[in-house]
Design a protein around this ligand. Structure first.
Ligand code: ADP
Ligand code: ASP
Ligand code: MG
Length: 595
């Protein structure tokens, strides 16, 4: 008999009527012949209510007690949903995270799932029950209650679908699918029929709150197809699967992280090991950093900038300030009023001038870009928070995301073309059920023969990045990584990009012209560099990847010249002479995670 996991988010169980509607939907699925596992979130905004309650009694509540408190939200709703099912004449049993055997590590408020014991669920299903499981929570080895992080019920649902070998995982929510960007922020956003795991993973981690990003890690790893749909209607929504909607579109979605914060460590000695100290201190707090940019300035000192989620700024500053003296840096600055706008698309990996198009769209809307980072399938720009809505609208328009690409396929067409649904049972049986959310790497590889070009002393003005990358594009030069860093000293920034060694001379020529035109300080360029990439799933949320990488490179006295992180890859640019040593060390250090 087929098994279906149906997740209901907070708005979908916000009041008694909605709870009864959710119950009816599950009963209907059961009557259609499915075994049904429901995963339910706390009612409405109950988690926020509980957070406020805690803030009222304690300035910094102990993490363990916080999880104890927050888990009550889901405990309330599962009991009510089970009661509603009984009242409608069917059998149901509600279960807490502990009762579904959801074992996690002990990092309260962002616990990772280790294993799930499915025996009890299976027995209850066998007896004809609808199982109503509490989302978002688990227990650690000491039986402490843990939570998976805000939005974590999605992860509970997909994890259960994976270990139970479910035929479908439905995410019932208050939108009727995944849109090209948050429809609440931009009404012209378009609902997509299909989106790939990789795109959804990046979008979710860059602010598309419709899915918890870790749920997509699970879905990709275990080949669970996800159906995101509205709780309040019967229309099909969006399928999240391995395939993309369109092969031609460079960009398939845009996202905004409104509450982002920039931190800059000033005057860091430019010797191997300094980044390691900084980022290890942050990773130790399990805080994911993004947009890491290092500007090498005068006298062998560098400014290291990065962004973190706004609500993790205080904790990040405490971590960084604790090590500033030990690395002989001159200080730390931060800006809490910034937002990150990003575009994502599988198609951008092999198309030219996608970045230039984004920067032009922002420039035309009068938006000043403070930092830039890119990776294979995403480009992020840091902008002043008051311009964030304009920035999102500008990039959405710039890539005409409101229009369906001509070659877009529906889920039905994709399904008809290929046998896409992997045998979930088979996949699961190959994975041990004791480290479900462990780091999974797919490859460690390097591309040599690269060059880096840096424009220094770039005025912090609207339109410069657009100009730079349009001119490079017009010269027919294909570029790979781009980083624009915040310059702590005089309000200027520096822009670097990498390209094939063969393009070095031509790139420098174009850069010199731009440099003159915009009164920049100068141009530097060098060949003989290599891009080293660690690929896998959910690399940004597994903060130890950065730690191990920096440790290994620092121990071998290898300087990291540029870095770009995404959910799918961590890329570092190093001197080609050290590429072999670096690759060997990383392969050894990550042997366990490489499959
Ligand atoms: P639930 O409580 O059901 O988990 P969430 O509030 O977590 O619901 O997620 C649904 C919300 O996600 C939508 O109301 C929408 O505003 C927001 N959202 C953000 N980005 C997107 C996107 N790209 N597509 C659809 N919805 C999005
Ligand atoms: N109730 C939790 C939250 O509000 C988990 C979830 O809804 O996914 O974040
Ligand atoms: Mg949610």
């Amino acid at each position: 008999m087929s098994l279906i996991v149906q997740k209901f988010g907070g708005t979908s169980v916000a009041d008694t009527e909605k709870i009864r509607a959710a119950a009816r939907r599950a009963i209907r699925a059961q009557k259609q012949g499915h075994r049904v596992v429901m995963v339910v979130s706390a009612m409405g905004k109950q988690t926020d209510v509980l957070l406020k309650l805690a803030a009222g009694v304690c300035e910094r509540p102990p993490a363990r007690e916080m999880d104890m408190l927050l888990s009550t939200g889901e405990q309330t709703s599962v009991a009510l949903v089970a009661m509603a099912i009984h009242d409608l004449g069917s059998k149901a049993v509600s279960l807490t995270g502990g009762q579904i055997g959801m074992k996690t590590d002990n990092s309260f408020s962002k616990a990772r799932i280790r294993s799930i014991d499915t025996r009890r669920i299976e027995r209850l299903l066998e007896e004809g029950n609808i199982v109503v499981a509490a989302g978002f929570q688990g227990i650690d080895d000491d039986l402490n209650i843990t939570t998976l992080g805000r939005g974590g019920s999605d992860t509970t649902a997909v994890a259960l679908a994976a270990v139970l070998g479910a035929d479908a995982c439905e995410i019932n929510t208050d939108v009727d699918g995944v849109y090209t960007t948050d429809p609440r922020l931009l009404p012209e956003a378009r609902r997509v029929d299909v989106i790939s795991y990789d795109e959804m993973l990046e979008l979710a981690s860059l602010g598309a709150g419709v899915m918890h990003s870790r749920s997509i890690e699970f879905a990709k790893k275990f080949s669970v197809p996800i159906h995101v749909r509205s709780s309040f209607g019967d229309r099909d929504g969006t399928m999240i699967v391995a395939q993309a909607e369109s092969e031609s579109a460079a960009v398939s979605g845009a996202a905004l992280t409104k509450d982002e914060a920039r931190v800059t460590v000033l005057g860091v000695p430019d010797v191997p090991g300094m980044s390691r100290t900084i980022f290890n201190a942050i990773a130790a707090q399990k805080i994911a950093v993004d947009m890491v940019v290092q500007n090498v300035g005068a006298e062998g000192k560098a400014d290291v900038s990065f962004t973190v989620a706004g609500d993790e700024l205080d904790q990040t500053l405490r971590a960084v300030e604790s090590i500033v003296d030990s690395i002989d840096a001159s200080g730390v600055t931060h800006d809490a009023e910034v937002s990150k706008v990003s575009v994502v698309g599988l198609g951008m990996a092999d198309q030219k001038a996608v970045a230039a198009k984004m920067f032009r769209a922002l420039a035309d809307a009068g938006v000043n870009i403070q930092m830039i980072t890119t990776s294979e399938i995403k480009i992020s720009a840091l902008v002043p928070r008051e311009q964030s809505a304009a920035a999102l609208r500008a990039v959405h328009e710039g890539f005409t995301l409101d229009q369906r690409p001509a070659d877009a396929k529906t889920w039905k067409e994709i399904k008809a073309e290929a046998a896409v649904e992997a045998d979930v049972h088979d996949v699961v049986s190959r994975l041990q059920n004791d480290a479900l959310e462990a780091l999974t790497l797919t490859d460690i590889a390097f591309v040599g023969g690269q060059a880096r070009v840096t424009l220094d002393g770039v005025l912090d003005q609207v339109g410069i990045a657009a100009d730079v990358f349009e001119e490079i594009g017009q010269a027919g030069i294909f570029i790979d990584m781009i980083v624009q860093g915040f310059d702590g000293e005089d309000g200027r920034t520096s822009v670097s990009f990498t390209t094939d060694e063969a393009n070095l001379e031509a790139s420098i020529k174009v850069a010199e012209q731009i440099c003159e035109k915009h009164a920049m300080r100068g141009v530097r360029g060098s060949a003989g560099i290599t891009k080293l990439s660690v690929s896998g799933i959910g690399l940004r949320s597994h903060t130890q990847v950065g730690t191990v990488l920096f440790d290994q490179l620092a121990e071998a006295k290898i300087n990291v010249e540029m870095i770009a992180t995404s959910e799918l890859q961590v890329n570092v640019v190093i001197d080609s002479a050290q590429a072999d040593t670096a690759t060997r060390r990383l392969k050894a250090a990550f042997a366990d995670a490489l499959n």
